[in-house]
Design a protein around this ligand. Structure first.
Ligand code: SF4
Length: 256
């Protein structure tokens, strides 16, 4: 599982807050391995005000941001103003992660105080069999090779049932681009999980899997998403494969 996440998880921009959201961090608990990621919550303004003054003290010196060409970005962050696209891109390209992190921390604490909230999720890989042969990938296996696995719908549902006593709020399902598993299998899976555990958020299938389903079914990626959404899908996880032909040639080898 660790290897798979290394291949598929990438940082991304949170469009609501203009912050970086890091890939999930693993936490060992008495329930086993949990995957957590930050979630935003509302905190009354009266509780935020004292925190805002205190947190602005934790910012790095202005000279740091001047040197990085981010002085205006820093000003806007401290003033609670929204950044524009060009400023967001400058943050994305900034080599000083601490400087960007200090800005993000300031915004986060202004919005949510000193409390950090988490999504508690159950991570399920339905298969590591994949028709793609990305050179960087240590997760995928060819069918029939040692280490290759494939769970049936019932086996996946059993994993969900085994965790019904845990306070899971999100189920995260991903796998390789399997040569035979068809879209109706995953529609049935999502519907069954919805029935067994209503209320849980279903985060499943990276973009590369969606593209793969579309090719298998001979339909558009939009149609795939519409069908999965109708079956209960709430969101896609981050990750997935490169999209340009040039990057594809550089990173991928076919296994067949
Ligand atoms: S598409 Fe397949 S081979 Fe490529 S990274 Fe994902 S699981 Fe690995």
């Amino acid at each position: 599982m660790d290897r798979f996440l290394q291949a598929h998880c990438v940082p991304f921009l949170d469009g609501n807050a203009g912050l970086f959201q890091a890939p999930p961090e693993r936490v060992e608990s008495r329930w086993g391995t949990w995957w957590i990621s930050c979630a935003a919550v509302w905190v009354p303004r009266t509780l935020r005000a004292p925190m805002m003054e205190k947190e602005s003290d934790s910012m790095l010196p202005p000279s740091v941001y001047e040197r990085l060409g981010l002085a205006r970005v820093r000003e806007k962050v401290l003033a609670g103003e929204r950044l524009n696209l060009e400023e967001g891109l400058r943050l994305l390209e900034c080599p000083d992660l601490l400087a960007v992190g200090a800005l993000a921390h300031q915004v986060r604490t202004r919005l949510h105080g000193p409390t950090t909230y988490y999504v508690v999720n159950q991570h399920i890989n339905y298969s590591n069999i994949c028709v793609n042969g990305c050179r960087f990938c240590a997760f995928a296996r060819e069918r029939g090779r040692p280490g290759a696995f494939e769970l049936s719908v019932e086996e996946i549902l059993q994993k969900v049932r085994e965790r019904l006593h845990d306070p899971i709020t999100e189920i995260h399902i991903v796998g390789g681009c399997h040569p035979d598993l068809r879209l109706d299998t995953f529609e049935r899976l999502l519907r069954e999980i919805r029935r067994i555990r209503p209320g849980v958020r279903l985060k499943a299938f990276t973009a590369v899997e969606i593209d793969h389903f579309a090719r298998l079914e001979g339909i558009s990626t939009r149609a795939v998403l519409e069908r999965l959404k109708a079956a209960g899908l709430d969101m896609l996880p981050g990750g997935g494969r490169r999209s340009s032909a040039r990057a594809s040639d550089a990173c991928s080898v076919r296994t067949s």
